[in-house]
Ligand binder design. Structure first.
Ligand code: NAI
Length: 710
């Protein structure tokens, strides 16, 4: 048989053809790989010397899914249908084919990869590898038989969980559920697969009996199926509102699991196509691809990042302790500096606490943590000890003089190549850098609270930040597994100002007589994790007030603090930390806080405003128009220029609903002329805060969108 294909290498051993897939980066099922796979299989079928086939991958991947960049290119439903049906039929032909296939699962076995493995007649998995159907995470469902084969192997309840949540399981769990026939150490994988092949050749294992389609004993009765799927629908509705795929997956299970698997797979493929052509899937696929590309900026293309071995953390408070967690997990040698021994002791307690979760989840033991701390972490109260670090991250008191004083000292202590990063939430970094001999070494690394959990890292370039500093900061962001989004210096940088834009419309609505509870509900319905009042209570009404004051001072008249914001601030109820803000937290459940409710009522009365009823869509329109306008102003001012990054920042930093694609994607879907007209109307009604940015006016006139047409 032919042994050399572009993406597959074939070796022969004792009547067995071993196919090794090598299709970087993740052994994805690209058109070329599928073509090679089909040709290799036919060649093996034709060769009478080949009695069985072992299928395996290279490096960390068996097959980690389909090639979604290809899917993006297919536009029409019929075309998706044709490609998907071809793939599904090919896997069915392997399952019902004349020779046994054994999957030797050496690494990630995801999506189409798991569907391929399930079409094989025997599965050996290496210890620790991931197996899963993560399609829902990009708005899809398995579309090559996954919904029909998985329940046959592991039963409907487990299959439902894997398919609707998209979370992979490890080899051992896969084995205990019946998805893998054996789990072996990685070094014994191929041997085990070859042994299994010999068991088929000797007749000990029967090809027909081992076809997944023949395994019916785990399928539920009709009554069980109805009960399970009804329950799954209710649960999914609570968890995945706004998404399509999990519901389509349930439909596929409901319409399938019958006697004619080929027909059932066709139904699955049709449901897959419904997902594939939906806006939700397009949004989620774009987010997935853009996340992979985050930080790949033309500005730093080809600029080698400096190697970071040793990093210093200044301040082990709320933020510092979370960042130390990241440094330790990232394998960096770490020095934690704080003002005195008491502060260090407190900081160490806080650092340890950040590991409670991984320890509880058995991802590590308390002993592992002790060892990590002992091997990687030293503490000090002397800045002189930072003389050989490659990176300093500062998260001390939010005060320009205090911060500048520390940086000035470090300028004379740290080596010239060391990057200086500040985690300030609002101070101008360009000004902070002025105390340095070389301001080019300073950059903002804005972490979000809790730093060790939130995925976003907002990287802020000051006026003089150098390209190598930026390149190093982006590489560091990736090394600690964050999504690095680069913006320029300005009040609130990007995320805080954008969030202000997204929720800032609420006060205008409230001052116009709209019920606050309706505004909260409209934004939660839209998909935000919480409404503007609940978020204010969480971050602190006083903090928000001061941020607003700073915006007013630095950005001008459009940002004038609304008189109702002053009124609420004057109540002295600052949110959760004072026990009450918009809501009162003294009881079991938060309820509207009478003091703030009364203050708002008085304001409305004094201004002769009567209650006003708006639909949730009208509320969302105002809030989103304001958000889009703020984004346009920031693009105009040069704070940021990459819509894909801006959208990712809001998704990862604030919980903006991913299925909506982001604020700018939403703007394009809504239609820029409509956004512009809405803003003109709002400006007339509520004043200059809603004055549309020139950029929007130009875009509306020229028919441009934020994202290029695809
Ligand atoms: P924190 O109050 O928990 O910690 C402050 C740290 O500064 C402590 O380690 C403390 O010992 C140290 N410190 C106190 N006085 C000092 C002085 N005179 N000189 C040097 N260090 C001193 O504060 P947190 O929340 O960790 O904030 C730290 C920085 O991170 C601030 O710049 C803040 O704006 C920023 N930030 C905070 C976020 C948050 O949600 N808490 C989010 C993003 C940024």
């Amino acid at each position: 048989m032919k042994t050399d294909f572009q993406t597959i290498k074939v070796d022969r051993k004792d009547g067995v053809a071993v196919f090794t897939i090598n299709n970087p980066p993740v052994n994805q099922m690209s058109p070329q790989m599928m073509q090679d796979f089909a040709a290799a299989v036919s060649s093996a079928y034709e060769d009478s010397e080949v009695k069985a086939i072992v299928l395996t991958g290279t490096g960390k991947n068996f097959i980690a899914g389909a090639d979604i960049t290809q899917l993006k290119l297919v536009k029409r439903r019929e075309d998706v249908m044709e490609v998907a049906l071809r793939g599904a039929r090919f896997l069915s032909s392997l399952e019902t084919g004349p020779k046994p296939l054994i999957a030797a699962i050496n690494g990630n076995c995801l999506g189409g990869g798991l569907e391929t493995a399930m079409a094989c007649h025997y599965r050996v998995a290496a210890e620790g590898v991931n197996l899963g159907q993560p399609e829902v995470q990009i708005g899809l469902i398995p579309g090559a038989g996954g919904t029909q084969r998985l329940p046959r192997l592991i039963g409907l309840p487990n299959a439902l969980e894997m398919i609707t949540a998209g979370k992979p399981i490890k080899a051992r769990q896969a084995w205990s559920r019946g998805l893998a026939d054996e789990v072996v150490p990685m070094e014994g994988l191929l041997d085990a697969a070859l042994k299994a092949a010999q068991r088929f050749i000797s007749g000990e294992l029967n090809l027909r009996m081992r076809m997944t389609r023949s395994v019916n004993h785990r399928l539920p009765s009709a009554a069980e199926k109805t009960a399970l799927l009804n329950y799954a629908r209710v649960m999914t509705f609570q968890k995945a509102k706004g998404y399509i795929a999990p519901f389509k997956a349930i439909d596929a299970l409901e319409q399938g699991l019958g006697f004619d698997i080929d027909k059932d797979i066709e139904k699955e493929v049709a449901l897959f196509c419904d997902c594939a052509v939906s806006d939700v899937a397009k949004n989620l696929i774009n987010i997935f691809l853009n996340t992979r590309a985050a930080g790949n900026l033309p500005r730093i293309a080809g600029i080698q990042p400096a190697k970071i071995k040793k990093a210093a953390m200044l301040g082990g408070g709320v933020m510092g302790s979370g960042i130390v967690h990241l440094l330790l997990q990232g394998g960096f040698e770490t020095i934690l500096w704080d003002i005195n021994d008491g502060a260090i002791q407190k900081a160490m307690g806080a650092v340890r606490k950040t590991f409670d979760y991984p320890i509880k989840k058995k991802k590590m033991t308390a002993a592992d943590l002790d060892q990590k701390i002992q091997q990687q972490l030293t503490t000090t109260t002397s800045l002189d000890d930072l003389k050989d670090v490659d990176l300093v991250i500062e998260a001390i008191l939010e005060n320009m003089e205090v911060k500048q004083d520390v940086w000035k000292q470090l300028d004379g202590i740290c080596p010239a190549h060391a990057v200086f990063a500040t985690n300030t939430s609002a101070l101008p970094i360009t000004e902070m850098a002025e105390v340095l001999k070389d301001p080019g070494r300073m950059i903002g690394l804005h972490f979000f609270n809790p730093a060790h959990r939130m995925q976003l890292l907002e990287i802020i370039c000051a006026k003089k930040t150098s390209d190598p500093t930026l390149s190093t900061a982006v590489a560091f962001g990736r090394a600690i597994k964050k999504v690095p989004i680069v913006v320029n210096d300005g009040p609130g940088f990007y995320v805080s100002r954008q969030l202000g834009g997204l929720f800032g419309g609420a006060v205008y609505l409230t001052a116009d007589g709209v019920d606050g509870a309706e505004i909260e509900a409209a934004m939660v319905d839209f998909g935000m994790p919480m409404g503007p009042a609940a978020l204010s209570d969480l971050t602190g009404i006083d903090i928000n007030y001061h941020v607003n004051k700073t915006f007013e001072k630095r950005l001008g008249e459009r940002y004038k603090v609304h008189p109702l914001t002053e009124t609420v601030y004057q109540t002295g109820c600052y949110g959760r930390k004072t026990g009450a803000g918009y809501f009162d937290y003294s009881g079991e459940k938060p309820v509207p806080n009478k003091k703030v409710v009364d203050a708002i009522a008085r304001y409305l009365e004094e201004n002769h405003i009567s209650p006003k009823k708006l639909s949730r869509q009208e509320i969302v329109d105002l809030m989103l128009a304001n958000a889009i306008n703020e984004a346009a102003y920031m693009i105009q001012e040069g704070i940021c220029d990459r819509p894909q990054d801006m959208d990712l920042a809001m998704i990862y930093g604030t919980g903006f609903p991913p299925y909506r694609g982001g604020i700018l994607r939403y703007a394009d879907t809504w239609g820029i002329p409509k956004v512009y007209e809405t803003l003109l109307k709002l400006e007339k009604q509520y004043g200059s805060r809603f004055r549309p940015a020139n950029l929007l006016k130009e875009m509306a006139a020229s028919g441009k969108t934020f994202y290029p047409e695809e």
